[in-house]
Design a protein around this ligand. Structure first.
Ligand SMILES: [Fe+2]
Length: 375
């Protein structure tokens, strides 16, 4: 932890530095004015030895009042503690509302100063460690997701790259809706995992090269609930589970597993339903001929208001036209990024809270697409 003491009084600078060094602070720098302080902060930043805390006197000759505070906090991520004369107390109090963490009045009580500096630096250290720990947990979490998606691909080769493509398209739709980054990530992650429940469906059914009989169809249609059950213990996924569980619900209430309709279906689920249906129609599978992007879009529009959320279809069309995907040959239309890239894009804190109020009332549309057996 590095401290910079910026004060017009050489006695104060020396006194504070001596006291801090006596208490074990080895990296204490001094500045006699704001320009010098900013130069030393910049040098620290450039040499990867950033200053953590600035003790800033309100008596510096080259700035008025809180100008120095504003300039420093406008550029540098530091804790700033003000040193003020008694008549400057109102300015120091105002400084608290402008980002200073605390202030001290002269004549300085060095024991109190040490207490305040240690308290603030300890808090900063703990916050930094917490951020590092959160980043490590998140990496681990995303790796677990990657393994889950790969396990499913191994079991159901027809869905190879399907999860990535659905995730990419669903996240693009969410972005087009104007959702916050956290919500886009949640929908992207749900896109990767949406068919995870197929791990609980017999391979013979998943690989059957043709239409399913009613019993087989029922077995496949359990996959959203199976996925929700598998993912339920993962705290970070709580707000995304609904997107997965309801990704086969239809806007008109004719889908599964619960027959929800309209905005009873989470919007994330309605988005994934559209993305999945589009990808299913343009992808080559063992039992169908892929449609072109324009043909698939026409089918989605035909089913808008029935199977699909009409607004969601509109947003999907906007995404496809902007990206030029509709003009690509079939089976190339909904190009997904590889899993590693996708997970990198999705890196970020996956909040367990719903960031977007629209989240709870989404629309959902296409099933597996007209040709999809329920996947
Ligand atoms: Fe599915």
């Amino acid at each position: 932890m590095r401290v910079l003491v910026a004060d017009a009084s050489a006695d104060i600078r020396g006194g504070v530095a001596d006291r801090l060094k006596a208490e074990g602070f080895e990296r204490v720098a001094e500045a006699a004015n704001v320009d010098e302080a900013i130069r030393k902060l910049s040098e620290g930043l450039a040499s990867r030895q950033s200053v953590d805390m600035v003790l800033l006197g309100l008596n510096l000759p080259d700035r008025e009042g809180l100008e120095g505070l504003s300039e420093i906090l406008g550029v540098f991520d530091v804790l700033l503690l003000l040193l003020a004369d008694r008549h400057q107390r109102p300015t120091a109090v105002e400084g608290l509302s402008k980002g200073a963490v605390d202030y001290l009045l002269r004549p300085l009580d060095y024991d109190l100063l040490l207490l305040k500096v240690e308290k603030q630096l300890t808090r900063r250290f703990m916050q930094r460690e917490l951020r590092r720990s959160t980043a490590r947990n998140e990496t681990l979490f995303l790796n677990v997701l990657a393994v889950m998606a790969k396990v499913l691909e191994a079991k159901d080769p027809y869905t190879r790259f399907h999860s990535e493509k659905v995730s990419t398209l669903a996240a693009s739709i969410a972005r087009e809706y104007g959702f916050a980054d956290d919500e886009v990530r949640r929908i992207g992650i749900a896109g990767i995992l949406h068919d995870l429940g197929k791990m609980g469906v017999k391979e013979a059914i998943l690989k059957k090269p043709g239409p399913l009989d009613p019993e087989e169809r029922t077995a496949v249609q359990r996959h959203p609930v199976i996925a929700a059950t598998i993912l339920e213990p993962i705290e970070q996924l709580q707000s995304a589970i609904g997107f997965i569980k309801y990704h086969h619900e239809h806007f008109d209430g004719t889908g599964y597993p619960e027959g929800r309709r309209g905005e009873e279906i989470p919007l994330g689920a309605r988005i994934i339903h559209c993305a999945e249906a589009f990808d299913a129609m343009v992808s080559r599978r063992s039992y169908n001929t892929p449609r072109t992007g324009e043909q698939a879009l026409e089918e989605l529009k035909r089913c808008a208001g029935g199977q699909f959320d009409p607004e969601c279809v509109k947003v999907l069309e906007a995404v496809l036209r902007k990206s030029g995907q509709l003009s690509l040959p079939s089976d190339k239309g909904s190009s997904g990024r590889n899993l590693a890239q996708l997970l990198e894009d999705l890196t970020g804190t996956v909040s367990t809270e719903d960031a977007n109020p629209r989240n709870s009332g989404l629309k959902d549309a296409v099933e597996d697409g007209p040709e999809d057996a329920g996947g």
